[in-house]
Design a protein around this ligand. Structure first.
Ligand SMILES: [Cu+2]
Length: 66
């Protein structure tokens, strides 16, 4: 089941790729899609804790579930 999270600080496709890669590093089977306009990251296959950790390590701000 996918969950949508708000992530602050992403400004370009490079940021989106960094967030996606970090989440997949935490949970290799995760499916991730990023919508820069709404600052939303949709994740299937990773826990909220994994997403929070990955987003922080990638240098962005994890806000919480959207
Ligand atoms: Cu960027």
């Amino acid at each position: 089941m996918s969950q949508v999270y708000l992530v602050a600080g992403m400004t370009c496709q490079g940021c989106a790729r960094s967030v996606e890669a970090a989440i997949k590093y935490e949970s290799p089977k995760a499916a991730v899609s990023v919508d820069l306009g709404s600052a939303q990251v949709t994740v299937d296959g990773a826990s909220e804790d994994q997403v929070k950790k990955a987003v922080g390590e990638a240098g962005f701000s994890f806000i919480g579930p959207a």
